[in-house]
Each structure stands twice: as structure tokens, then as C-alpha cells.
Ligand binder design. Structure first.
Ligand SMILES: NC(=O)c1ccc[n+]([C@@H]2O[C@H](COP(=O)([O-])OP(=O)(O)OC[C@H]3O[C@@H](n4cnc5c(N)ncnc54)[C@H](O)[C@@H]3O)[C@@H](O)[C@H]2O)c1
Length: 348
């Protein structure tokens, strides 16, 4: 499916649901951007859920972040349950402005409806030639077990780092669970099993059955990297959830408000080194790593590179939409009383 067609369709959904044209466009570009980068779990399949949350009063259209603390280089914002794509963009603009003035900014952003692909915020900073680190927690149905535990207690708490570089920044951006929930849903829809070591069932036993994540009581995803990933997820709770001025996970089950809290550290690399020296170091490291003889036909990629490769391919050949996503978007359009003009299913 052509990205522009998809953007137009998603804009139509959110304008009909009560967003301004600008906000609808920010949401559509963020979701389609995630699809372009290959993160379908955070792409347009989210749109029906966002619309449902808007209608239930869990996501608020037309919000701006409210400043709750202002110490120059340290700023606290309340996202007022506004949509992540618009609140996040404004919040990052504030962080960029402060980091440009002071050399660095620590920004706490609490209480924002789903911030989506966190790499988008590191990319916004990198475009302003700023490095950034983002710790995020998720207040929604818990999905991830503590390392050594046997039930779901954490969200998929993403962690993200961006380093500016020309022509492309380096962007590390991933959930602290072994896989995103969207990937379990794909396996479930296709009747496939998951790899071992990814899931436990509601009794805490290892399983490869994706259905355990869509039952009540729910199973759980394991953290990535064993105890190390779990420890990072805890820091996402404490820095992203608590130090941002938001809240940590502490109850089960919850309704599904999809709230993100985020702590962003944004800083100017040229306060510690020169732009030229940083560029040289990035080139040097990249050349050194890529010179390693590739094993088993694989190639060595730097953080952010796989997304760019996928975006080039999908810009050329279109975005595949899974049947389930296509049907949910059609149903959402019909509910809002607008035309479903997306065309047929073109994915698995
Ligand atoms: N807002 C939220 O609540 C929330 C929660 C969880 C995840 N997310 C988002 O979901 C998206 C997907 O997360 P994920 O955990 O599935 O990501 P993932 O497991 O696909 O990992 C992606 C990261 O790994 C890097 N990468 C991929 N292949 C590589 C290779 N061969 N060598 C080096 N680096 C490589 C990518 O460039 C990227 O930085 C992210 O954008 C994340 O921010 C958001």
C-alpha cells in the first residue's frame, strides 16, 4: 500500500474522531513512519485502538504539554493524556530549545497517551544535531515478567539512544521485552509457535503458544537479555516513570489507557568534543566494526540502519497490511461514518 494513501486514510479517521487536521496528520505520519521503518507493531494497526481510547476519554485530542516544573535546563511537562505524536513533538521542541541554550536538557514528560516509536524523538533531536537518551515506562496491562518471576508486572518499557551523524544518525530503539507484543499477535494470527525462551503461560511455565498473551489470566513475555534486560526495564520504570513526575507500574490488572512516561536527556555533543571529531570517531568505529568478517551470510548493521533499509524498500514497493489490520481499519472507518477507500488486503 502506498504510504501517502495510508497517511490520507488515517488523517481522515482522526479528523472524523475529533482531532484537528494538524494533529491528525502528526498521528498519521508517526504511525505510517513506524510501518515504513518495519515496526508494524507500532504502525497503523494502532489507529483503531487510539480512536477507541479517544472515544472512551482515555486519550485527549487537542492537548498541549503543561509545564509543571521549570529550572532552565530541567523541565517537567504533563502530557495531559494528549496524543503522543503531537505531545511528543512539542515536548522535544522544548528540550531542543533548552539544550541549545544550556548545552543540555533533562526533560520529564509524564501522562502522555502512547508515544509510539521512541526513535522518532531521538531522530528529532539528532536533526537539531543533539544526542539524546530516553527512558520510557508504559502504564497499561502489564505484559512482561520480572527476571525470576512468574507473572506479568511490567510494560514493554522502551529504551532509546540517538547520536547525531551525517548523513544518518545512529538510533538504538527497542523494547526491554524479548519481543514486542505485536510480534506475538502475528504468530497467533498465522497459527505459528513462538521461539522458546520468549513466553511463559499464566501458571508461570515456559511455553511457545502465542495464545497465552490473549487470554485471561494472561501469560507474560520475558525480558530481553535475561537479568540485564530486566534491570534496564526497572530503570525505565524509575527514570521514565518516577523521575519524570509520572508513576511506576504497581497494580494488576489495569484498564488499557496506554499511558507513557518518559525521561529524556538531550545534549549538545560539541560541548565535550568538536562536531568534526565526533564525526571522525563515528566513521572510525563504523569502519572498524563493518570490517569484521560476516558470519553465515549476515551483514553488520549499526543501530538505525535496518530501519533505513526497510524504509527504502517499503517506499519503493509499498507497506504490506496484514488482513487483520486491514479489516480493523475498515471497521473503524465504518464506525466513524467515513468511506473505506483503502483497497484490498495486500499482506499476510
Ligand atoms: N511507546 C511504547 O510504549 C513502546 C513500547 C515498546 C516498544 N516501543 C517501540 O517499538 C519499536 C520496536 O521495538 P522492538 O523491541 O521490537 O525493536 P527491535 O527488537 O526490532 O530492535 C530495534 C533496534 O535494534 C536495532 N537493530 C536491528 N537489527 C540490528 C542489527 N543487525 N545490528 C544492530 N542493531 C540492529 C535497530 O536499529 C533498532 O535500534 C521501537 O520503536 C520502540 O520504541 C514503544
Amino acid at each position: 500500500m502506498a504510504p501517502d494513501l495510508l497517511i490520507g486514510f488515517i488523517v481522515g479517521l482522526f479528523v472524523s474522531a475529533g482531532c484537528s487536521a494538524r494533529e491528525a496528520s502528526q498521528i498519521a505520519r508517526a504511525l505510517v513512519g513506524a510501518n515504513l521503518y518495519g515496526h508494524d507493531s507500532h504502525g497503523v494497526q494502532m489507529a483503531p485502538l487510539y480512536v477507541a481510547n479517544l472515544r472512551a476519554g482515555l486519550a485527549m485530542p487537542g492537548q498541549s504539554p503543561r509545564i509543571v516544573a521549570d529550572h532552565g535546563a530541567i523541565v517537567g511537562l504533563d502530557g495531559q493524556r494528549g496524543f503522543g505524536p503531537s505531545i511528543g513533538e512539542t515536548a522535544m521542541s522544548i528540550a531542543i530549545e533548552r539544550a541549545s541554550a544550556h548545552g543540555c536538557c533533562m526533560l520529564g514528560l509524564s501522562n502522555t497517551h502512547h508515544l509510539g516509536r521512541i526513535g522518532q524523538w531521538a531522530e528529532q533531536c539528532a536533526e537539531a544535531r543533539l544526542a539524546s537518551v530516553h527512558f520510557v515506562n508504559v502504564l497499561s496491562t502489564p505484559l512482561v515478567t520480572p527476571w525470576g518471576g512468574s507473572d506479568a508486572r511490567l510494560g514493554t518499557n522502551p529504551f532509546c539512544v540517538g547520536v547525531p551523524h551525517e548523513p544518518h544518525p545512529l538510533i538504538l530503539d527497542y523494547a526491554t521485552s524479548k519481543v514486542a507484543l505485536g510480534k506475538v499477535r502475528v504468530a497467533q494470527d498465522r497459527g505459528e509457535r513462538m521461539a522458546s525462551g520468549v513466553l511463559i503461560d499464566a501458571a508461570g511455565e515456559p511455553t511457545d503458544d502465542p495464545a497465552v498473551m490473549f487470554q485471561d489470566p494472561i501469560g507474560a513475555l520475558l525480558p530481553f537479555g535475561e537479568h540485564k534486560g530486566f534491570a534496564l526495564a526497572v530503570m525505565c520504570e524509575l527514570l521514565g516513570g518516577a523521575l519524570s513526575g509520572g508513576s511506576v507500574q504497581h497494580q494488576h490488572p489495569r484498564p488499557n489507557p496506554m499511558i507513557n512516561n518518559m525521561l529524556s536527556l538531550v545534549f549538545a555533543p560539541d560541548k565535550l568534543t568538536s562536531r568534526e571529531a565526533l564525526a571522525q570517531q563515528v566513521e572510525r568505529l563504523s569502519a572498524w566494526l563493518k570490517a569484521s568478517p560476516a558470519s553465515q551470510g549476515s551483514s553488520i548493521l549499526l543501530p538505525g540502519e535496518s530501519e533505513r533499509i526497510m524504509a527504502r524498500e517499503r517506499e519503493r514497493n509499498g507497506i504490506p497490511l496484514a488482513r487483520r489490520t486491514r479489516e480493523a481499519l475498515g471497521a473503524c472507518a465504518r464506525d466513524l461514518g467515513i468511506d473505506d477507500d483503502l483497497g484490498p488486503v495486500n499482506g499476510p
